[in-house]
Design a protein around this ligand. Structure first.
Ligand code: TRP
Length: 357
């Protein structure tokens, strides 16, 4: 056993740096990460290599987006003192494992992955996507398994990827560690398997509707409220949501077809207030759409306010350098620990598969 495997169960999850994070990321996964930081040994991965699958010609942009994602993480309350931030390109073992894992899964199995298919469609990749694009699905398994986590907090769209990861982990353990094909997932490590069979942990809200009131919130669909939006931007975006029906304040309405009520359910803490709003909306009790939106705007801004304060630290001149130091510090600390382990004669078992400069 490696000396730094604590008794805590482990989490690994990550984001591809494609731009700023939004409320959908928050309720789908970030919220869980922040909450579980003390209970779990947490690893948060910056999947910067994955950004190259669609933007190989934009290395400088990817570098900047990576820094911006860390700012989002720090803003939501990911604490680098308690959790480990990992930069994918600093861990060559991930690329190495990807190669071996690619042999343990049929090509067609990867191409059938609905998340990948949706992405090809929504990004308009047609049949022009790079060879590396579908390979990221195998790469993601390596991201995860290199850290041997128990849990992977993700949005619902990522569950298909985690399923492939579980299949590959089983296959690896069966092929190279003599784990019986009938073994229960929970028994794999006990039976000598190198990898646990990790589980996805989906956030409180699997799919948050965007401000278009239709599609899933997504940067590329231009329907996102970003964690870094100003109070004014939040107000403007929520006020622009089409309430799903055209009605006067004194006409009955259906809260179920009004996306603003989705936001109310998710972001307003006072459940009695939400119940009352829905009731009045149903009855047409002099409740205009603006009256529904106002408390939603307030609740979202209340959620984002502490994030804005934390982010401000890193928006000052020198902020990017401070972020880079945080990323570096983790890798260097890790390396120091490894050297100390080696000196103590404990060694590091070959399975941890971590290299950093
Ligand atoms: N593919 C994930 C996304 O688009 C990001 C990601 C990369 C990830 N590697 C990971 C998520 C490992 C969880 C675990 O959101």
């Amino acid at each position: 056993m490696t000396s730094d495997k604590t008794s805590k169960r482990r989490i690994l999850t990550g984001d591809t740096p494609t731009g700023r994070l939004h409320l959908g990321h928050y309720v789908g996964s970030l919220e869980n990460r922040v909450r579980l930081q003390d209970e779990y040994d947490c690893y948060f991965l910056l999947a910067n290599m994955h950004a190259f699958t669609t933007r190989a010609d934009k290395a400088a942009e990817i570098r900047q987006d990576t820094i911006e994602i860390v700012k989002d993480w720090l803003a939501v309350g990911i604490d680098p003192e308690r959790s480990t931030i990992v930069l994918q390109t600093e861990v060559p073992a991930i690329a190495e494992l990807t190669w071996y894992f690619a042999m343990l899964v049929p090509f067609n199995r990867i191409m059938r992955n609905p998340t990948l298919k949706t992405e090809i469609e929504s990004k308009g990749l047609g049949d022009k996507y790079s060879f590396g694009f579908p390979m990221y699905a195998v790469g993601q398994c390596a991201d995860i398994l290199a850290f041997r986590p128990d849990l992977v907090p993700v949005g619902v769209d990522q569950v298909a990827h985690i399923e492939v990861c579980r299949e590959i982990a089983r296959r690896f353990n069966q092929t190279y560690c003599k784990v019986d094909t009938q073994a229960d997932d929970s028994e794999h490590e006990k039976l000598g398997g190198v990898f646990p069979i990790p589980e996805a942990l989906v956030g409180r809200v699997g799919r948050l509707v965007g401000t278009d009131g239709k599609e899933k919130m997504s940067k590329s669909l231009n329907n996102a409220i970003f964690l870094s939006d100003t109070p004014k931007q939040v107000k403007k975006k929520i006020n622009a949501i089409y309430p799903g029906q055209s009605r006067d304040p004194d006409q009955p309405g259906d809260p179920d077809i009004n996306p603003v009520f989705d936001y109310a359910d998710i972001f307003i803490k006072d459940e009695a207030l939400v119940a009352d709003l829905k009731d009045r909306y149903r009855r047409g009790d002099n409740l205009g759409d603006g009256h529904v939106k106002a408390p939603v705007i307030e609740a979202v801004n209340e959620l984002l306010e502490p994030m804005r304060a934390r982010r401000a630290e890193f928006e000052k001149p020198g902020g990017d350098d401070a972020v880079i130091d945080i990323i570096r510090a983790r890798h260097q600390a890790r390396q120091r620990r490894r050297r100390a382990d080696a000196r103590d004669g404990q060694g590091v078992d070959g399975v941890e598969l971590w290299h950093a400069e």
